[in-house]
Design a protein around this ligand. Structure first.
Ligand code: CP
Length: 323
């Protein structure tokens, strides 16, 4: 693996999941792999889980990590080639990224979409410019349209639960949930992309009218506007809000009827409830469900370390072999 932006960068998903679970069992088994290496982690947007889990993952591999909250502490970056920088941006990525490429061995970037311009967001300009100009491997810590470390974690968590519950081809339901503001489609896009690629689940996506996601990620899943029907017999329910994709970045429906409740949960096969966090309690999900044994959100967030460690190890190994 050279860069990690989507499931398309993964050679063998089963092997990556297996590696992550091996790290969970023995975090320091490859403690020398990242010796004398440093990862730079640039955050243009806030984070808790991604930042800390990736730092821990690097530490387990013997690698230093340095965090730069560029969105708060750095110069405002320009990403458009040939821009006339007479506005608010101070430094061009074309100048900044090669320097980061000299400082670090791996670069992690977190950036969110503007939700103003679909074409711009879906072009993934920011992360692609870092790849173009840094000349070192780039790991997405969540980009404008995808959140691959989260999705790998989600697959790892489902694998663990499948093992415990002896599930073969589980029914996995991604359900839209209410929220108070328009959120990116990243987590939902990415989860859809990874579950479809994984191919080990019956995958159903349910959302209110007008909230369809981009088909490039959902292709292969069943999509329905009937949440209750979707939940019938579900083994996993992934709860997430996202803003509209077609009429981009809007919030039409904040309908509390879409909130998961005990009556709806009763339709499932004692489903494990997933959420990437942070979660708005009693808006997206009730205390009752989040604090119940059905919720696996802490297990999920804990697994972020092992997902990141498996990805970093793969990149470090590829560097050793010159792939
Ligand atoms: N799920 C997730 O990415 O959490 P953070 O935003 O805290 O990193």
């Amino acid at each position: 693996m050279r860069n990690f932006l989507s499931v398309g960068d993964v050679d063998n998903l089963d092997k990556l999941v297996e590696t992550a679970l091996q790290y969970k069992a023995d975090p320091f088994r490859d403690r020398a792999l990242g010796k004398d290496k440093t990862m730079g982690m640039l955050f243009l947007n806030p984070s808790m889980r991604t930042r800390l889990s990736t730092q821990l993952a690097a530490k387990h591999l013997g690698m230093e990590s340095i965090v730069f909250n560029v969105g708060q502490e750095g110069w405002a970056l320009e990403f458009e080639d040939k821009a006339i920088m007479s506005g608010t941006t101070v430094e061009h990525v074309k100048d900044a990224a090669p320097i980061l490429g000299k400082y670090f061995d791996i670069l992690g970037i977190r950036t969110f979409p503007s939700l103003q311009n679909k074409d711009e967001d879906y072009s993934e300009l920011y992360i692609k410019q870092f790849i173009k100009y840094s000349n070192i491997p780039v790991v997405s810590l969540e980009s404008a349209t995808l959140h691959p470390l989260q999705s790998l974690t989600d697959i790892i968590t489902m694998k663990e639960i499948m093992e415990v519950k002896k599930l073969n081809k589980p029914k996995v339901v991604l359900t839209w949930a209410p929220h108070v503001k328009a959120l990116p489609q990243c987590v939902a896009n990415s989860f859809s992309q990874w579950v479809n690629f994984w191919g080990e689940a019956e995958f159903v996506i349910t959302h209110p009218e007008d909230y369809e996601l981009s088909k490039q990620f959902t292709k292969g899943a069943k999509v329905t506007l009937d949440q209750e029907e979707a939940l019938d017999g579900a083994d996993f329910v992934y709860v997430k809000n996202w803003s509209t994709f077609t009429d981009y970045g809007k919030m039409y429906c904040n309908d509390p009827r879409w909130k998961l409740n005990s009556k709806k949960m009763a339709r499932t096969n004692n489903a494990a409830v997933m959420h990437c966090l942070p979660v708005r309690r009693n808006v997206e999900l009730s205390d009752k469900i989040l604090d119940s044994p059905s919720s696996v959100v802490t297990q999920q967030a804990g697994n972020r370390v092992w997902a990141a460690q498996a990805v970093l190890a793969d990149i470090l190994r590829a560097g050793q072999t010159g792939q």
